[in-house]
Structure formats: structure tokens, C-alpha cells
Design a protein around this ligand. Structure first.
Ligand code: ZN
Length: 132
């Protein structure tokens, strides 16, 4: 399997504006407009600098998977997103290696195809795959 690049690193936060302010004040990163991702029941903003992206993810509703995560672990690193050319092909390859996706392929914040992998099979790190 060929990974193109790290697309973004995501931080789960209860409150996007508070965290966004910390990151802008400390590192001068400015974040774009807030977007809702209905498929994931989250709100996200992206901070972009020199081709790198940091995503802040907050729950859009109490039954969001992020709400559960925040309840257990508090604000913090949530996932790493890797960009691939062909998501279906990657998933087939991963299935042969015993790694299943968490749920089906869905639509991410910029209309791209995304899927999360079972973190029990990826060393406890949640990995999102995103199609180019
Ligand atoms: Zn993400």
C-alpha cells in the first residue's frame, strides 16, 4: 500500500474556539471556518500552514463518537489522517492483513471519501484514511 502523505493530525476538543485561540496565540496558526460533518456528527475547523493541517474536532451532538472519547480521555490527540489514492483498494489490502474499518466509507468535511480503521489493530492509534 502506498501512502501519499499525512493529510492532517486531529485533536478532539470540547470547545473549538477556546482551543483555536490557544493555537493561534502560541503558534500563530489561524483556523478556517467551522464545518459540520453530518456523517461523523462532528464540527471541525482546519488550521493550515506550509501544506500541513491540524484539525480540531468537537461533537456536534451528544451521541457523537467524539463526545464519548472526550468523556473518557478529555481534550487531546484523536487521530492521524493519511492520504491514499484509492480507498477501496487500500481497504481490500488491509482486510487481507486482518484490519477492518470502523464502519463504512463516509464523506468527510471537504466531500472526500474517508474511513477510520480499527485502532486495536493499529497499535492503539486511530487512523483515518482519506482518498485524494
Ligand atoms: Zn480527520
Amino acid at each position: 500500500m502506498k501512502i501519499n502523505k499525512i493529510d492532517h493530525i486531529s485533536i478532539a476538543v470540547k470547545d473549538i474556539s477556546t482551543f483555536g485561540k490557544i493555537f493561534s496565540e502560541l503558534f500563530g496558526i489561524s483556523f478556517g471556518a467551522e464545518r459540520e460533518v453530518p456523517d461523523q456528527k462532528v464540527k471541525v475547523v482546519f488550521g493550515t500552514f506550509n501544506g500541513s493541517k491540524i484539525e480540531l474536532t468537537a461533537p456536534a451532538s451528544p451521541d457523537s463518537p467524539i463526545a464519548k472519547f472526550l468523556e473518557k480521555r478529555g481534550d487531546g490527540l484523536h487521530h492521524i489522517c493519511l492520504e491514499v489514492d484509492n480507498l477501496e483498494k487500500c481497504l481490500q489490502e488491509l482486510k487481507q492483513k486482518g484490519v477492518e474499518p470502523l464502519g463504512k466509507i463516509s464523506t468527510g468535511s471537504y466531500g472526500k471519501k474517508i474511513v477510520f480503521l480499527d485502532f486495536k489493530k493499529t497499535g492503539g492509534v486511530l487512523i483515518e484514511l482519506k482518498e485524494k
